[in-house]
Design a protein. Sequence first.
Length: 146
Amino acid sequence: MTTTVEAPEDRVFAALASPVRREVLRLLREEGPQPVRLLAGHFDMARPSFSEHLRVLREAGLVSERKVGRERLYRLEAVPLTQVREWLTPYERFWRERLAGLRDLLDTMDHRDGVNGVDGGRDTDEHPGAVQDGPADTLNQEDDTR
């Protein structure tokens, strides 16, 4: 029998998977701590269903609950979101490097093709004003044969 231990970041990601829970976090971030009744008023669902969303957020450490009089006040706890950021950082770096490589490739192609930005880069250096054959010209030729 294999026992699976859920890592803390798994709970955070599971909590963030729900658009309802992400909206609760946004409300708490933008409007500060709020009682359950105010938070629940933003959603069209039964109170027990909404309470389940709050439970998942509490267990993930994304919100804290404090009793004030007869109300339970919920507050955003952003520290677990650092786990998300740490997990995403290598992927952000990966895509930044890929996009920089694409930019460099496009810059090289523009330079090689003599793009000057005046007429879409279709002038040649040897013959200013001459139009090079390209995909648009091929399409026009095909249209003429129909």
